[in-house]
Design a protein. Structure first.
Length: 246
């Protein structure tokens, strides 16, 4: 784990790692497959990637992305959607081909769901798997929307959001009653399959869950603890989020 004085410096470092990977793949004429997160944690990383695109000519023409999750039900053009978030913070400002962007579809229903989830997994595999997965962490210990109880071997699926997660999302939905109860999320196994994982944690209010995740017993009660077994996973924290680590 790496603890930085502030999340700004840390975010720039993470953006640099991603840019280096993109350029390396470009030189080898290969696609770079990125797993991406939404929420407040990665915003500064995306801002820096956009800056690198505009000022340093970093191209995303060989990049394929898969987002972790989306609320259910959720329309793309709803301002609360992760589709909207990703376009606003990243995709609208870079040269990634539209067809390379994958975000779980928050409008799927009923008997389409299983097929859709399997197809999402298949598509990741078809591109050779995730080269890099960016993660945030929820106060429940969720990664993606893999809430407590999520299985180690879970794949992309529909889940029920934890109450704490809905409380945390309430302000942006102007009240908990408007927060969807479900979401579609990549699974723990999907995330674990990434060749490289970087989890971002900022601020004192993440300190307790970061401690449990890093120092606690591996258990489905804190799904992020599964990351302890990943060979190439780094927790990038600021002093607030790292403050309870021994
Ligand atoms: C979002 C996601 C979630 C968030 C987590 C932390 O795509 O997968 O796991 O990363 O809820 O959210 P923030 O960064 O807003 O604290």
């Amino acid at each position: 784990n790496v603890i930085f004085d502030d999340s700004n410096t840390a975010s720039i470092k993470v953006a640099e790692e991603i840019a280096t990977l993109i350029r390396k793949k470009q030189k080898a004429d290969k696609t770079c497959v990125l797993g991406l997160a939404t929420g407040s944690s990665p915003i500064r990383v995306y801002e820096e990637l956009v800056r690198m695109h505009k000022e340093e000519g970093l191209s995303f023409s060989n990049v394929v992305t898969f987002n972790l999750d989306e609320y259910l039900p959720m329309e793309k053009d709803n301002r609360q959607s992760y589709w909207y978030f990703m376009h606003e913070h990243l995709f609208n400002h870079i040269d990634i081909p539209k067809e390379n962007v994958h975000i779980p579809d928050g409008t799927i229903t009923g008997d389409q769901v299983l097929e859709y989830c399997l197809a999402y997994e298949k598509r990741i595999r078809e591109f050779g798997g995730l080269d890099f997965q960016l993660l945030g962490i929820g106060r429940t210990g969720h990664i993606g929307f893999n809430e407590p109880g999520s299985h180690y071997n879970s794949g992309t699926r529909v889940i029920t959001l934890d109450h704490i997660t809905r409380v945390d999302a309430a302000p942006s939905f102007l009240g908990i009653d408007h927060v969807p109860r479900k979401a579609i999320t990549m699974g723990i196994a999907t995330v674990r399959s990434a060749k490289r994982i970087v989890l971002l944690g900022w601020g004192q209010n993440k300190a307790e869950i970061i401690k449990k995740t890093v120092e606690g017993e591996i258990s489905s009660h804190v799904p992020a603890t599964y990351l302890q077994q990943h060979k190439n996973c780094t927790f990038v924290l600021d002093t607030g989020a790292g403050s309870e680590l021994t």
